[in-house]
Design a protein around this ligand. Structure first.
Ligand SMILES: Cc1cc2nc3c(=O)[nH]c(=O)nc-3n(C[C@H](O)[C@H](O)[C@H](O)COP(=O)(O)OP(=O)(O)OC[C@H]3O[C@@H](n4cnc5c(N)ncnc54)[C@H](O)[C@@H]3O)c2cc1C
Length: 404
């Protein structure tokens, strides 16, 4: 056993829905990622990195790395995300449907077929929800569609902090429809009505990031809508119930990768006599962070299982679990980093990169105070345990405080 498998294999008895063939596929994914990462371009060359990451996604897609169908799929993908994050947080889109899952689950039949082919060939879908007034207040969005004489719509507005900005071939955009309700639609990225403006991030530099300008983007509600008209917040909530545990598992994979690297470095120093013995403070950090990463990963797997089952607890568990799991990963890496000294502070060192990358996840896919707060709101709204439901057929708006 090597790499991520050292962390995952002991959990096997807790993950009954992934069968032997699923575990074999995970090991194959870990091996392929190791081989592909050996040819990664320098971090400083952001264009080459972005092209390489897209190529990795396409290569893995062509080698058949995808989750099994059915209930096991989301749980398997959670383990795949941990495996990808173990190598590098930039590999969070190496496999999986990502934000394209919204189109596949809730797009029109035509859109779902068209985008399944594209996503399975390795194309990426971005999400455009956040606006300048604040992503934590998605219900106040101003991007708006107007109705045209022929019944189609035109969307105008600006979205900010959008990840996979240049690499995505489509975006799921959230906007106010002509009736003033929040709806979602898929928009092709390469049309002239869409402009992209790149901003330099502090971490997570592998994929581009920035502003998406929508200038009278044509949308056919009969073909391009995701979910029912006016159910944009429902689409957002149902998607993130499944997506947030994937993000959490990726972050925890990155922390596990740092843990394995630091443990190996300390062991090597002791072996060759650079360290006469490993001090207790280092041993305590190694033991505690291992337990914390493993516990948070098991929680993320459970949350994925709830999402796959459309369990009423899934949305709540995804919100607070993302915040708690990513916080665990950030804390673990901060505690582990000093154990290998200043070498880990070099910009290109995997530990320095992991620290900067994980910082981005404190905001992306839900800023943490907002997620914890909305978790508290859900608990107070349903003190006897009936947390806000994720199933459209039983959803009630007054039990839900949407945190983007
Ligand atoms: C790396 C990265 C990738 C991202 N990718 C995407 C993407 O692909 N697509 C996308 O749409 N968005 C993306 N985002 C945006 C992300 O979803 C938002 O950053 C997040 O939703 C928080 O929104 P905000 O940054 O606008 O902060 P705000 O919503 O402005 O919140 C900032 C602070 O203000 C607090 N606050 C809010 N309301 C109040 C109040 N009434 N009183 C006091 N405090 C308040 C919040 O709790 C928070 O602490 C990304 C962000 C990052 C950093």
């Amino acid at each position: 056993m090597t790499g991520a498998s050292i962390w995952l294999d002991p959990l096997r008895s807790s993950i009954g829905e992934v069968d032997d063939s699923g575990w074999h596929d995970l090991h194959r994914l870990a091996d392929d990622l190791s081989a592909l990462c050996a040819a990664a371009p320098r971090l400083a060359d952001s264009t080459a990195r972005s092209q390489w990451l897209l190529q990795v996604r396409r290569d893995l897609a062509s080698r058949g790395h995808r989750s099994p169908t059915g209930r096991a799929g989301l749980v398997w993908q959670t383990l795949a995300q941990f495996t990808a994050g173990f190598h590098d947080l930039d590999l969070r889109d190496a496999t999986g449907t990502g934000h394209g899952a919204m189109i596949l689950a809730e797009g029109t039949a035509d859109a779902a077929v068209r985008w399944r082919t594209r996503v399975e060939a390795g194309q990426l879908v971005g999400i455009a929800a956040t606006e300048r007034h604040g992503g934590s207040r998605i219900q106040e969005m101003t991007t708006r569609a107007v109705l045209r004489r022929d019944g189609t719509w035109q969307i105008t507005g600006e979205k900010c902090w959008v990840s996979r900005l240049i690499e995505s071939t489509g975006f799921v955009v959230f906007f106010r429809d002509p009736d003033g309700r929040i709806s979602a639609a898929v928009v092709d990225a390469d049309q002239p009505h869409v402009e992209r403006e790149v901003i330099e991030p502090f971490g997570l530099e592998g994929w581009s990031w920035g502003l998406l300008h929508l200038n009278q983007v044509p949308v056919d509600p009969a073909a391009d809508l995701i979910g029912r008209p006016g159910d944009g917040l429902g689409v957002f909530r149902r998607h993130f119930a499944g997506f947030r545990p994937l993000v959490t598992a990726t972050a925890l994979g990155t922390a596990a990768g740092v843990h394995t690297l630091v443990t190996g470095a300390l062991a090597a120093k002791a072996r060759v006599g650079v360290l006469p013995r490993i001090r207790d403070n280092a041993l305590v950090v190694l033991g505690r962070t291992h337990a914390e990463i493993t516990a948070a990963l098991l929680a993320a797997i459970t949350t994925s299982r709830l999402a796959a089952d459309e369990h009423p607890h899934a949305d709540f568990a995804a919100r607070v679990g993302k915040a708690a799991g990513v916080d665990t990963a950030v804390r673990a890496v901060a505690d582990l980093a000093p154990l290998i000294g200043a070498a880990g502070f070099q910009r290109a060192h995997p530990v320095a990169k992991a620290r900067a990358d994980l910082t981005g996840l404190l905001y992306a896919d839900g800023i943490h105070d907002s997620l914890y707060r909305s978790g508290g709101v859900s608990l107070l709204a349903a003190p006897t345990g009936g947390i806000a439901p994720t199933r459209a057929d039983v959803a009630t708006a007054d039990h839900y405080d949407p945190a983007a």
